[in-house]
Write a protein that binds this ligand. Structure first.
Ligand code: SF4
Length: 249
């Protein structure tokens, strides 16, 4: 229960904490130097620039928080907020997570849940969205002789792994399903298909890197299950994939 709770609120709490610390430090320094020697002309310029940056960081964070339950307009503001989420706020949370010796995977899971909320609230009303379901290569049976890279239909339906379960269940859905054996292939599949929305299945680390890497695209994340350990014959909840497709189509 505690783990689940953390997996939901950890990321926004860490980012908010970093921002509160930065604002607190700013006022401590500014008021401290003012009461000691007064603030010189150069210091005034520096403090003003830092203050503007902090106001910008805090107001954009409030916008990101709002985007978890409402649509952000215009689209360029939404894209910019998403860039900030991936490139500024995530590293901030990661730094505090590291300093406080917290587990990385709970931060990653919380970041992915947070991003899913944004994707759900901002992209649910797309008309006939072009969806790409990206599956990880480790879902495939280790003894399978077929090299499934791009097209999931290459699977021979032997039933030994979840690839055929997903393939058959999604055959009538309006989505393209592909297997990516790594970040480069995932990037190529995204560039070739130019989807309106990506539903990605992978582990904590790969999903976090993927969401940040493909920040221009809305990526809905689904964590895979690892009953035999990482990167080996993993499984995925078909219900979670179908839930995502039905929410967006
Ligand atoms: S279900 Fe498909 S991908 Fe999985 S082991 Fe059998 S043939 Fe290979």
């Amino acid at each position: 229960m505690k783990e689940y709770y953390f997996a939901v609120i950890k990321f926004p709490v860490l980012v908010s904490t970093v921002l509160i610390i930065l604002v607190g430090l700013f006022f401590l320094l500014a008021l401290g130097s003012n009461s000691r020697t007064g603030i010189s002309g150069n210091e005034t310029i520096i403090y003003t620039l830092v203050f503007i940056s902090l106001v910008f960081l805090v107001s954009n964070w409030i916008l990101v928080l709002m985007s978890t339950h409402s649509v952000i307009k215009p689209p360029f503001v939404q894209r910019f907020s998403h860039w900030m989420l991936s490139h500024i706020y995530y590293p901030m949370a990661k730094a505090l997570n590291f300093i406080t010796l917290q587990k990385t995977h709970t931060l990653q899971e919380s970041f992915l849940n947070f991003n899913n909320e944004i994707v759900m609230s901002n992209y649910m009303r797309l008309e006939n969205p072009k969806m790409l379901v990206l599956l990880p290569h480790c879902l495939q049976g280790s003894e399978c002789k077929i090299r499934i890279t791009n097209d999931i239909n290459d699977c021979a339906d032997c039933g030994a792994c979840d690839i055929c379960t997903v393939k058959n269940a999604l055959s009538n859905q309006p989505v393209k399903v592909a297997v990516a054996s790594g970040g480069s292939l995932a990037r190529k599949l995204i560039a070739d298909n130019r989807p309106d929305l990506i539903i990605a299945v992978a582990c904590h680390r790969d999903l976090t890197e993927g969401v940040r890497d493909a920040w221009q695209f809305p990526v809905y994340s689904i964590l895979n299950e690892r009953p035999k350990g990482p990167c080996f014959e993993t499984t995925v909840s078909l219900k979670a994939i179908e839930f995502a497709i039905n929410r967006f189509k």
